[in-house]
Design a protein around this ligand. Structure first.
Ligand code: GLP
Length: 240
């Protein structure tokens, strides 16, 4: 794993943007694996600013997202589909037919997972962006998830519900389940870029980089990926 430590969040976002833009400019029909959460917001703002200023072309780019809350329609302000449109996809002018995310409202969860697995196999990602849960989760793969898992429905850990409650009116409104890309498909990406910012990620970053590779800390699997880059700000890297 290549580790880049930056002074602060702003520098982390800028460095991440350089890496993403290298991929987009290098191959006009790249497949980008994208992530939600607050950590990539700075990166996404850089990508939109670059698109506006330099006209970087996204018309043939395809995107695949990691996860979606179960039970939230794409129109819900806290759904990840809505988050992606608002914070990145609309700003880059990517045709919506080229953007993919699990359908949180799918009545047949098993069929939805199979549909998404087939899509992931058909769209090998040139780069997969990841955030990090404070408990070491990636996407919504909570501790204990088998590394071989494909797309599945997960019951969120209590700590994840607490962490994500800040984005909802109250913890009661956080959906208890989600669809998530599994670790098997995360690991299939050609390159992985994980961003970690803030002191509440320091323990998970330490475990991910220096600890044993274990399903109890899902992000530790990234030690086995041949081209994984971690960008952490000083606070997140404090225990390394
Ligand atoms: C959610 C998402 C993850 C994300 C994590 C961290 O649980 N499913 O993909 O990495 O939040 O979020 P944040 O970046 O806001 O700390």
């Amino acid at each position: 794993m290549k580790i880049i430590v930056t002074e602060h969040y702003e520098a982390l976002s800028r460095r991440a943007a350089e890496i993403m833009l290298e991929v987009v400019r290098g191959k006009r029909n790249s497949v980008l694996g994208l992530a939600t959460g607050t950590t990539p917001l700075g990166l996404y703002a850089y990508m939109i600013a670059d698109h506006e200023k330099n006209g970087t072309d996204y018309s043939d780019i395809r995107t695949v997202n990691l996860d979606e809350y179960r039970g939230l329609p794409a129109t819900h302000a806290q759904s990840y589909a809505y988050f992606m449109r608002k914070n990145l996809l609309d700003g880059l002018g990517i045709p919506s037919a080229n953007t993919h995310i699990e359908n949180g409202m799918a009545a047949d969860a098993e069929a939805e997972c199979a549909r998404y697995d087939a899509l992931l196999e058909a769209l090998p990602r040139d780069i997969q962006l990841l955030g990090l849960g404070s408990n070491g989760h990636i996407a919504f793969n909570e501790p204990g998830t088998p590394f071989g898992a494909g797309t599945h429905v997960v019951t969120l850990a209590e700590s994840t519900v607490r962490d994500n409650a800040r984005l909802f009116a109250s913890a009661d409104e956080v959906p208890r389940q989600a669809f998530t890309m599994g670790i098997r498909h995360i690991m299939q990406a050609k390159r992985i870029l994980l961003l970690a910012s803030g002191a509440n990620k320091a323990q998970a970053v330490y475990g991910m980089v220096r600890g044993a590779v274990t399903e109890q800390l899902p992000a530790s699997v990234l030690q086995l990926h041949p081209d994984c880059i971690l960008i952490a700000d000083r606070e997140a890297a404090a225990k390394l």
